[in-house]
Design a protein around this ligand. Structure first.
Ligand code: 5CA
Length: 442
């Protein structure tokens, strides 16, 4: 992408009402624009990151055996009356009436709709286990939308729903999502700790929140320090085998959110290993058995031929919230520091003198080579001041940057810059291009 043809409305100053660093940086880097309280337009740079996060979530869901579909944002109120949640959900639900006076709502979550889809088609336990998911915009009329995309009213969620014939099967489905979550957050450069959590309006009695530790997080959490650096199991696990030991390794150490906190149990941990901190909830998984399948009659024939209400769980990831959470976890005073996996652009070429024919020739060459190698590259070919150009690249956080100026070009070198370490090195064009390609492959 040539910056001269792109739309990157970066700001010098963040608006005064942006209180946390991710919100400030997303506004300054021209990633989002507020259209109403808690409702944002995703500008091209922000949209790129959002799509990359979405793609990682998709790959890890698919790997764990979940199947993607897409449900609408608008749902019939009558569907929610079947589960009893239409009245129970309260003022967070946006209720809409169409021209035929039919009551609709903008979905805050999809348990009812997926249960309706399931019961329309699935008849036998032989078709289980099944896990269906989508990534779709949700609306919750939050009392206090704040911190930009962290607590929006309209936000993008990945929600998956599992169906099993019995509790043992449902537990396995829960474990697959538990492990998939560890992997997907790790791919975004995040350390997310699973913690025992309250189930709220979704219901059920087994639930974990996945928490990224950050001072600006809205949740108060308590856990054993060893959980923070435990790492993810990686993709090569036996997905339909026994994942319980991997889950137990994480759940045997104390970790709970405020609502589930047990001070006495926490104090049994040696003091130097106790961690009491703030955190961002980036995912939340639930096992709720037959809470929806019984009232909504989602039944299949069991092995004995008898109709059996299916065992269900649901599994949410805050896809749009993650963009903010990644920035909270990785930035400096100059701007964002993206992990390569979600960077809006993987590499940049910065021309310090767009009016110099030799400089332009080298830049065009680097740009063409990087594009050919499949690197997502942003080429700043504008006539702006060099200082302003370099600080924009720092702000938007392109992981590797090639800086091309007349002096270097005369000497046969350009500058290679690593955004995270801040280290710059002079090298030939070919060597610099190779470094960019290698950085992408890591
Ligand atoms: N149906 C279940 C799981 S599919 C569900 O709705 N769970 S949830 O309420 O916990 O939401 C799932 C995830 O969405 C949360 O973990 C959080 O990361 C994200 N989320 C929830 N509310 C908001 C919000 N107002 N703004 C941004 N993200 C949110």
């Amino acid at each position: 992408m040539r910056l001269s043809r792109y739309f990157l409305p970066a700001l010098k100053e963040a608006p005064a009402d942006a209180q946390i660093v991710s919100h400030q940086l997303m506004l300054r880097a021209g990633m989002i624009r507020q259209e109403a309280a808690g409702i944002y337009a995703w500008l091209p740079l922000g949209f790129r990151v959002l799509k990359k996060v979405e793609q990682i979530v998709r790959e890890e869901m698919n790997r764990a055996g979940a199947v993607e579909l897409l449900m609408p944002t608008l749902q019939l109120a009558d569907l929610w009356r079947e589960s009893g949640r239409y009245d129970a959900y309260g003022p967070e639900m946006l209720r809409i009436t169409d021209r035929h006076e039919r009551e609709l709502l903008y979905g805050p979550t999809n348990e009812e709709m997926i249960t309706e889809i399931f019961r329309a088609y699935v008849r036998s336990y032989k078709d289980l286990p099944l896990n269906l998911y989508h990534q779709q915009w949700k609306f919750r009329d939050e009392r206090r939308p704040r911190f930009g995309v962290m607590r929006g009213r309209e936000f993008l969620m990945k929600d998956a729903y599992s169906f099993d014939i019995d509790e043992a099967g449902a537990r396995k489905a829960y474990n697959r999502m538990f492990i998939a979550y560890l992997n997907l957050f790790a791919r975004m450069g995040l350390k997310a700790v699973p913690m025992r959590a309250d189930t709220g309006p979704i219901g059920g009695d087994l639930s974990h929140e996945f928490i990224v530790l950050a001072d600006t997080g809205e949740s108060q959490v308590y856990c054993h320090r060893n959980l923070v650096d435990m790492g993810a199991p990686g993709p090569d696990v036996d997905w339909f085998g026994d994942l319980q030991p991997l889950v137990d390794k994480r759940t045997s150490l104390y970790a709970a959110t405020d609502e589930m906190h047990d001070a006495a149990a926490f104090e049994k941990i040696p003091e130097d290993q106790r961690l009491s901190a703030r955190g961002i909830e980036v995912g939340h998984i639930f096992y709720f058995g037959t809470k929806y399948s019984v009232p909504m009659k989602a039944e299949v024939a069991g092995p004995d031929g008898k109709p059996t209400a299916v065992q269900m769980g649901s599994y949410g990831v805050g896809v749009s919230r993650l963009v903010g959470a990644i920035i909270e976890a990785s930035h400096d005073d100059k701007g964002c520091i993206w992990p390569m996996s979600v960077a809006p652009f993987e590499a940049a070429v910065v021309s310090l003198r767009a009016d110099d024919a030799e400089v332009t020739k080298v830049c065009e060459n680097a740009y063409a080579q990087l594009q050919k190698a499949g690197v997502d590259v942003l080429y700043d070919d504008t006539a702006d001041r060099p200082g302003a150009k370099l600080s924009t690249m720092e702000l938007i956080g392109v992981p590797v940057q090639l800086v091309v100026g007349p002096k270097g070009v005369k000497a046969g070198v350009i500058e290679f810059k690593d955004r995270r370490s801040g280290v710059t090195e002079e090298m030939t064009l070919d060597a610099a291009v190779k470094r960019c390609i290698a950085a992408k492959a890591v």
